[in-house]
Design a protein around this ligand. Structure first.
Ligand SMILES: [Fe+2]
Ligand SMILES: [Fe+2]
Length: 344
């Protein structure tokens, strides 16, 4: 199976990492086929009901969050056990203030990546309003554009007002998001964004919400997650129909493509973050990554955001079968005991 970002791979023991520095292009050429839809009545009841749910669950990022709540790095902004940088600083014998500062930087970097992902979601859903063939899909995609604008608003305000920094996009993430934005079909865009990236984002947001010690961050994420659950549900609804109607070769292609995107995302581990922030704390990115990969609980910890939503949904869609199962297992993704697909 062809791997993505092949030219920037190297081996760390058994594991193949993606590791490179790239400033990334800002203007991206995207092919887009525009479809008019003349049927203005509803054709897909579940999509119409998702759109209706979105209307009643709107919220205001400026008014509905208490921005007066301070966020400081005098306290751990997240459970230190969940911060790789804080853990490494502790093992290096650095004081608690340094561990707190490192955890703060790591969360700032993670939220920055989620913010850039929100921008990609906004742009991709804008494409879907053009490219989707049915009016229910156009309405739904338009409502998701508004949701994503609100998420960009909330996250960028949180980063600017409370954390003081927005870090640039990880090169690996940028390449993978461009892959979806450049994709030719609505199906690939939906599989990539609503199923893979939003599924991953829900897993990460959920971890952050449970582990953060900041009430403001926790509340902001709780609200974002409610919207994201709707977005993931759209992905499942659309892809269920697509998979049902697909020829076996098309289905195999989708399964392999989904694996290749998740594999490349996982292959970077935390290298992009460590390269950027590690030097500030005297941390060597490669050494720390090699150490993390060889830790006994690595697979379990590494699979947490994958097992939350994206892998259960792929299985539920029939896009994770014997064809890719062993390859997921090889990556340290534990596949047993996963939750059912999230459709609500
Ligand atoms: Fe979002
Ligand atoms: Fe979303």
């Amino acid at each position: 199976m062809k791997k993505l970002i092949q030219e920037h791979r190297k081996r760390f023991g058994e594991f193949e990492v993606v590791d490179f520095v790239d400033t990334g292009e800002i203007d991206v050429d995207v092919p887009l086929e525009l479809h008019w839809a003349w049927e203005y009545g509803s054709e897909v009841a579940e999509l119409r009901s998702l759109y209706e749910k979105g209307k009643v669950n709107q919220w205001n990022a400026e008014a509905d969050l208490d921005w007066s709540i301070p966020v400081t790095n005098d306290e751990f902004v997240i459970n230190p056990e969940m911060s790789m940088l804080a853990q490494v600083c502790r093992m290096m014998g650095r004081d608690e203030a340094t561990q707190k500062a490192a955890a703060f930087d790591e969360v700032t970097h993670l939220l920055s990546q989620l913010l850039h992902g929100e921008q990609a979601a906004l742009q991709l859903c804008g494409q879907l309003t053009n490219a989707c063939p049915r009016m229910d899909e156009k309405w739904y995609a338009a409502s998701q554009v508004v949701d994503e604008a609100r998420h960009i608003e909330a996250l960028s305000k949180f980063l600017q007002r409370k954390m003081g920094t927005i870090y640039p996009i990880n090169p690996t993430l940028k390449i993978l998001l461009d892959e979806l934005l450049r994709a030719h079909t609505v199906q690939t865009k939906t599989l990539g964004m609503q199923c893979l990236f939003e599924g991953m984002a829900v897993g990460i947001f959920d971890l952050l919400r449970r582990e953060t010690r900041s009430p403001l961050l926790g509340e902001m994420i709780r609200r974002v997650e409610q919207d994201e659950a709707r977005h993931a549900a759209f992905g499942v609804l659309v892809m269920r129909r697509v998979v049902r109607e697909a020829e076996p070769e098309e289905k195999a292609h989708m399964e392999e493509w989904a694996f290749s995107v998740l594999e490349a995302l996982n292959a970077n581990q935390q290298l992009d973050m460590l390269r950027l922030i590690g030097p500030k704390y005297g941390i060597d990115a490669e050494n720390v990554t090699r150490m993390a990969l060889s830790m006994p609980g690595f697979a379990e910890f590494n699979s947490l955001p994958y097992m939350h939503t994206v892998i259960p949904n792929l299985r539920n869609l029939g896009l994770l079968t014997e064809r890719t199962r062993d390859q997921y297992l090889k990556l340290g993704m534990l596949l047993e005991g996963s939750r059912a697909a999230q459709v609500n």
